[in-house]
Design a protein around this ligand. Structure first.
Ligand code: BTN
Length: 326
């Protein structure tokens, strides 16, 4: 797409980019370049045009769209095959469909709004338009199905680090909620299609409350957004590109061992439950203890009051803080 190419070139160059260079790089006429620049301006991009110097990108609107996302991606494979939907039911459902139709690993489905956003444990995920991020990444890991749930923790790490880069003190509530000031800003839903010993595909769906200011009453106590916490709007496409870059690198580390051993230290540094009292809601029997960290399989290490150590697997149970949400 020409628009994507123009945006990419403008972003690469911090200084002015001459009209002549743009024409040369794109292989189009000056009039064509001028038309694309005008189109971008109409979409809300602030582009300065100075005679004899060229064009310079001053500001981008917070729009989510194919060009906006693609022109910011510096990944090798994550998000390179991009499916953008202004409105959809659920990006997880779309990614699964794309997977069934043969889409490659790294395919990213992004929506501006979801009408049937899904959360963990059969809950919904509030997905209004214009302010948040809803995206699902398709992977085809060549590992045993029981290792696949760990990719959720890899995404949690990438998302938490990207939020921290925005200047917010984000942490992870095991296994994969991103929390700022004791409230949730991001949730992840991973789904898989597999045989007993072979994975067809995994989709990791992430919902991030970015610029939303008001929340429905039922979640207002436990949810917040990056904008509410930071006091500033955040450019969603830039944040998404940052998550993708961090995920790609962390996932490659994961794939070198098919466990979290190479990411353990980083994950634990951000783990909010570490050394706190937790209540483990295990269907086989609830118990309390002190969370000590995670092991290479991503299980939460919980020390019981009698000194016994339990390894809690994310798929089966959830964990609550004894003194609050975390
Ligand atoms: C959770 O309950 O914490 C997980 C929420 C996951 C929401 C995201 S939004 C993008 C993707 N599509 C969905 O329908 N759900 C996930």
């Amino acid at each position: 797409m020409r628009k994507t190419e123009v945006l990419t070139l403008l972003r690469e160059k911090e200084d002015y980019l001459s009209g002549q260079e743009l024409c040369g790089r794109l292989g189009v006429s000056r009039t064509a370049v001028w038309k694309i620049i005008n189109q971008l301006k109409e979409e809300g991009y602030e582009i300065e045009a100075v005679q004899n110097k060229g064009y310079r990108l001053l500001a981008s609107p917070d729009v989510l769209g194919e060009s906006e996302i693609a022109s910011r991606l510096h990944t090798k494979w994550a998000g390179r095959n991009l499916i953008f939907r202004p409105v959809t039911g659920s990006t997880n459902t779309d990614a699964k469909k794309a997977a069934e139709e043969g889409a490659p690993a790294g395919t990213l489905v992004v929506a501006e709004q979801q009408e049937a956003g899904r959360g963990r444990r059969g809950r919904g995920w509030f997905s209004p338009e214009g302010s948040n991020l809803y995206f699902t990444l398709l992977l085809r890991p060549d590992c045993a199905p029981d290792a696949a749930s760990m990719v959720t923790l890899v995404m949690a790490l990438a998302a938490a680090e990207a939020v921290r880069k925005q200047g917010l003190d984000a942490g992870i509530k095991w296994p994969n909620d991103i929390v700022v000031s004791g409230k949730k800003v991001c949730g992840i839903l991973t789904e898989m299609s597999a045989e007993p010993d072979y994975i067809h595909y995994v989709v990791i769906g992430t919902g991030m409350n970015v610029n939303q200011m008001d929340f429905p009453e039922e979640i207002a106590r436990t949810a917040t957004s990056l904008r509410k916490e930071k006091g500033e709007r955040i450019v969603r496409a830039a944040l998404l590109a940052d998550v993708m870059e961090r995920f790609e690198s962390a996932y490659e580390t994961f794939c070198s061992t098919w466990d979290l051993s190479g990411l353990l230290a980083e994950y634990e540094r951000l783990l909010l439950n570490k050394d706190s009292r937790v209540r483990v809601l295990d269907p086989k029997g609830e118990f309390e203890g002190t969370a000590r960290g995670i092991n290479a399989k991503g299980e939460l290490i919980v020390e019981r009051p009698d000194g016994r150590t339990e390894y809690v697997y994310a798929g089966e149970v959830s964990v609550r803080g004894v003194y609050g949400y975390v």
